[in-house]
Design a protein around this ligand. Structure first.
Ligand SMILES: [Fe+2]
Length: 239
């Protein structure tokens, strides 16, 4: 098999059914394929899902989540926007990004983008991901007060993993540069999130983020790069 065929296989694992060529789904391959595709389609979001995963798992640890729940949370952070791979959503967003406009200000584009949690959950279900992963992805844009989408769930009716993702995703987005605005400082982002505790964000989850941002290392691209360097150094030392 040529190298090109092998790359195609990885892509098929993402777009295809739970089993490909008689082999079981490999979550790492799916996560990698989703990252590559999303970063190619939305270049200004490069590293976004890694940072969300870093932040969400720190929040999850602060909340004493089980090992299994933390693993699911990390996976969900990488996969939550899988629905954004949909070509019609991408073309809407790309047109708007080119003109330097925040797509959330345009009702038609916003409606298209708001389909991504449902499309994503459906795709993950087809791929045979466990129900907590599918549900966390479906509900990662629900607001604590019920104003979110796609189902307008509120409070603890929203799966816990989704409530954590909502907080981590917001923190990373607010502190990131976008084509239509510059990034805020972590302290400014935290102020905004604390201000929306009980409205958009779970008031039980927000203090955990607050603790991380004020007392511990939080996700920056350079910290994640350093973590990756350290991981490789450890591998080298062990080999
Ligand atoms: Fe999303």
């Amino acid at each position: 098999m040529s190298e090109e065929d092998q790359i195609d296989d990885a892509e098929i694992t993402f777009i295809g059914p739970a089993s490909v060529h008689g082999r079981r789904r490999n979550d790492t391959v799916v996560m990698g394929a989703v990252q590559r595709r999303l970063e190619a389609m939305y270049p200004y979001q490069k590293g976004h899902w890694q940072r969300v995963s870093f932040e969400a798992s720190a929040v999850g640890e602060e909340l004493d989540l089980s090992h299994e729940a933390l693993e699911q949370l990390r996976t969900c952070a990488y996969l939550m926007d899988i629905g954004m791979i949909d070509e019609s959503i991408h073309s809407f967003v790309a047109d708007s990004t080119e003109s330097g406009v925040d797509y959330m200000q345009n009702a038609a584009i916003r409606r298209a983008v708001e389909r991504h949690p449902v499309l994503g959950a459906k795709k993950l279900e087809e791929l045979g991901f466990p129900r907590p992963t599918v549900m966390a992805v479906r509900h990662h844009h629900e607001w604590y007060n019920g104003w979110g989408y796609p189902d307008g769930l509120s409070g603890v009716a929203i799966p816990l993993l989704a409530r954590i993702l909502m907080v981590a995703d917001a923190f990373v987005s607010i502190t990131s540069e976008r084509p239509f605005r510059s990034g805020c400082t972590p302290a400014e982002a935290l102020d905004e999130i604390v201000g929306y505790a009980g409205i958009q964000f779970d008031p039980w989850v927000v203090p955990a983020l607050e603790k991380i941002v004020t007392q511990k290392a939080h996700a920056t691209n350079s910290l994640i790069d350093k973590t990756l360097d350290l991981a490789f150094e450890e591998d080298i030392e062990q080999s």
